[in-house]
Design a protein around this ligand. Sequence first.
Ligand code: UGA
Length: 438
Amino acid sequence: MKTARKYKICVVGAGHVGLVAAACFSKLGHKVVCVDNDRNKIQMLKEMSMPFHEPGLEALVKRGLKRENLNFLFSLTEGIRSSEVIFIAVGTPPKKDGSADLSSVENVAYTAAKNLNSYKLVVGKSTVPVQTGKRIQEIIENNKDNGLKFDVASNPEFLREGKAIYDFFYPDRIVLGVESKKAENILKGIYSLVKAPFVVTDINTAELIKHASNSFLATKISFINAVSRVCDLAGADIEKVSKAMGMDRRIGSAFLQAGIGYGGFCFPKDIEAFAYISKKLGYEFGLLREVRNINQGQVVYFLRKIKGKLGSLKNKRAAVLGLSFKPGTDDMRFAPAVKIVEALSQEGVNLSLYDPKSMGKSKKVLKGIKRVKFFKSPYAAVAGADCVCFLTEWDEFRKLDLRKIKKIMKHPFIADGRNMLDKKKVLAAGFEYFGIGR
Ligand code: UGA
């Protein structure tokens, strides 16, 4: 891939959004530095070791380093001074009250102001509440020491973990929130090789598009999860309901998979942040509170169903297959599996855990939880178990040999938190089974 004009880009933040964007911008032919304040991470990346699992990322990083159009830096000042476009992709973690902590974003804006050695375009890429771009503009305006010009823009990222590289190069749309023609042209130039429609808006609108999109997707999931509860009560099948609903083009089939709910670092925090900013602006977005409540209720419901089947939980053994918040990633942040493992352990259940990719991260996240053991294969984990819980729909689990599992379990009982198994086959193999809403 060769772009008509190469831009000098600094991506601040080497997390899931920043590192992917930096690697992909370098593939588009731009000269990219990716800055992070975690020295270890920068060192690791320089040595071509990835801080998280993302298919295809390592190859792109290696390619960029080899061709010398991707570099990793610890110094934010140096990164800013050597670039004309600065993408802010730092974390915006939730505060206790649900609002987004924007201190890292503000720090980048301040450092940009103090290092304005040429015209710069400062672009918000992290998910931020509406009006953050305005704040960035103010910080730079109030702290710069010279008359040099700058622009601020918003270019929210819509990529999914596990499919991030594909999503970057084949997005449904590229949203550009800009306040000048110059900023618009630069951003269009940067993405000129990506074939996707541009949606050009003002900065506030672009920021809101991102919050509204994530909240709507989470709403779809909670809606189908609520319907799944009614299905269980009525004896209907959520899989069929969801399939038929999804065939209506006005609804669409994506994000209608019922289960133990959404996790990850995006939906849970973005729902809170969107509700918070809406209220601050004067609108009580009650729907979002309910989306969160339904989501949290799914884990409770799953646990209740297990108890209902197993009776007393004390000294029972449960195997847990799948720990990451979804397949294709080792990310454990807000993974429903964490809550389920914690709750079962508290009830006295012995737990045998396995995940294809997130064992390292799981060991850290679940450190200190009693009665937990990690196993190197799904079969080793289910041996001797009274129950096996499927909590992440990894493909490898669909290929498991049910007959073998039945032989080595103490009781043949499957709790399918992701409706990922063929219920008929599982029942025919002689298991007791429950899914969510089927
Ligand atoms: C989400 C959005 O999909 C991206 O567009 C966005 O860029 C990203 O957040 C972000 O803001 O950075 P991601 O968190 O990677 O991406 O994960 P998703 O694939 O959206 O899944 C989120 C959660 O919803 C997972 O726990 C998944 O298991 C759950 N889910 C998804 C369901 O329970 N049912 C479904 O039908 C779909």
